[in-house]
Write a protein that binds this ligand. Structure first.
Ligand code: S3P
Length: 195
């Protein structure tokens, strides 16, 4: 599979990649692909949702329930800003992170963004397998809801430098494709920004 270049009218991929940011809908495989890619590159892996959970001391559904979605989005914004400062790191954003105004246009220099595409039906199937972890899909008709949210976000995801179909290949294969792309543009000698 060849990655498709993003069509969002941004400048092209960085000439020296310092970090990879995976974006895409819930269930698109950002965490699994990110872990596999980080292993291959010898970089660290950081997941926005895991970091929000750790900082809040609460699982995501509880944050939504107790504090509301707006509070979750504020935490997610702060986590994203912090993690995007790190070098030699693969980042899995939450599915809603790229949807805020300007996010995909204002990525720090050296960030390669990759959209993992998934259809709403498959996203819901995968999310079901993982249990009740996605409050936005905890509705009577999750597929209709997923279609609606995805339609609202597609233009934002499409601003990524690369797009890969997560239903055409498994996490290792997707990671291998991204790794090849990164290795052609990898920033050498960049030290991790934190221990
Ligand atoms: C969300 C996606 C989730 C999590 C939260 C909201 C979204 O992350 O951040 O439930 O708005 O799409 P994943 O994409 O990792 O499931």
């Amino acid at each position: 599979m060849t990655p498709v270049m993003g069509s969002g009218g941004m400048c092209g991929p960085p000439s020296e990649v310092r970090r990879v940011l995976l974006v895409g809908f819930m269930g698109s495989g950002k965490t699994r692909v990110g872990q596999a890619l980080a292993r291959r590159l010898g970089w660290s892996f950081r997941d926005f949702d895991q970091e929000v959970r750790a900082r809040a001391g609460l699982p995501i559904p509880d944050i939504f329930r107790q504090h509301g979605e707006a509070a979750f989005r504020d935490m997610e914004e702060r986590v994203g800003a912090d993690l995007l400062l790190e070098d030699r790191v693969v980042l899995a954003s939450g599915g809603g992170w790229p949807a805020a105004l300007g996010r995909m246009e204002e990525l720090p220099e050296g960030t390669l963004s990759v959209w993992l595409r998934v259809l709403p039906e498959e996203a819901v199937r995968r999310a079901r397998e993982e249990g009740p972890t996605r409050p936005l899909l905890a509705v009577p008709d999750p597929v209709a809801r997923a279609r609606q949210i995805l339609a609202e976000r597609e233009a934002c995801y499409g601003k990524a430098h690369l797009a890969l179909d997560s239903m055409e290949a498994g996490p290792e294969e997707l990671a291998r494709i991204i790794e090849r792309f990164v290795n052609e543009r990898r920033a050498e000698g960049v030290e991790p920004s934190s221990p």
